[in-house]
Design a protein around this ligand. Structure first.
Ligand SMILES: CC(C)(COP(=O)(O)OP(=O)(O)OC[C@H]1O[C@@H](n2cnc3c(N)ncnc32)[C@H](O)[C@@H]1OP(=O)(O)O)[C@@H](O)C(=O)NCCC(=O)NCCS
Length: 173
């Protein structure tokens, strides 16, 4: 199948938002998506963007059943390892079901790796749900290590009240 991977434009945010929701449905956590396409526009297309995004576009004649030509995306940002230096974190990788198995997911992930390498990133990291064995197998076949299995890392989050509590406990200047 013919497809093109390109950097997302601000005008793509509605479509990216649509695919973020599709991915959340797949991940059985659709109620957790609070972000709007306006927030994506604000955060990804400002002077110091919080994320970068690649999208996969197919020609009109290959559009989805519902008429979409953007059929996949990879959203990523940069992090820093105090052991290894510059790293890229792949927050979302998604291909619409009817377009899977055509090399789009691999293409998106390779492009993110390429973008990161050009910025001297030495790592590409991501998280995957325990039950998502197709994606875990996909990463494994591409040579990724599972750090939870090999090193025992846990994924920790503060948000809502626990985040507010931390802020309130911050020492005053
Ligand atoms: C995971 C996902 C992005 C893969 O995209 P895709 O376009 O279907 O994958 P590709 O066609 O690029 O496959 C690339 C390679 O991975 C292999 N692969 C794909 N799915 C696989 C699986 N379930 N198990 C093992 N290998 C797999 C393919 O055989 C192919 O191998 P090759 O390079 O040797 O030919 C896609 O299935 C998806 O969006 N899944 C739902 C959302 C999701 O799980 N996202 C990841 C969340 S962390």
């Amino acid at each position: 199948m013919h497809f093109k991977i390109r950097a997302a434009a601000k005008e793509d945010c509605r479509e990216i938002s649509r695919m973020i929701k599709e991915l959340a449905v797949f991940e059985k956590m659709s109620d957790q998506v609070k972000i709007s396409h306006e927030e994506l526009e604000r955060d990804g297309f400002c002077q110091n963007p919080f994320f970068e995004c690649l999208v996969t576009e197919v020609p009109e004649q290959n559009k989805s059943e519902e008429g979409f030509t953007l059929v996949g995306y990879a959203l990523y940002f940069y992090t820093y390892s105090t052991w290894m230096g510059r790293s890229v974190y792949l927050e979302d990788l998604y291909v619409m079901p009817e377009f899977r198995g055509n090399g789009i997911g691999k293409g998106l992930m390779s492009k993110v790796a390429e973008v990161g390498k050009k910025k001297q990133c030495v790592r590409l990291q991501l998280s995957v749900l325990d039950w998502n064995t197709p994606a875990r197998d996909f990463y494994a076949t591409k040579g990724a290590q599972d750090l939870t299995a090999s090193e025992g890392w846990h994924f920790i989050r503060f948000d809502g009240q626990s985040l507010d509590d931390l802020v309130n406990e911050a020492p005053k200047d």
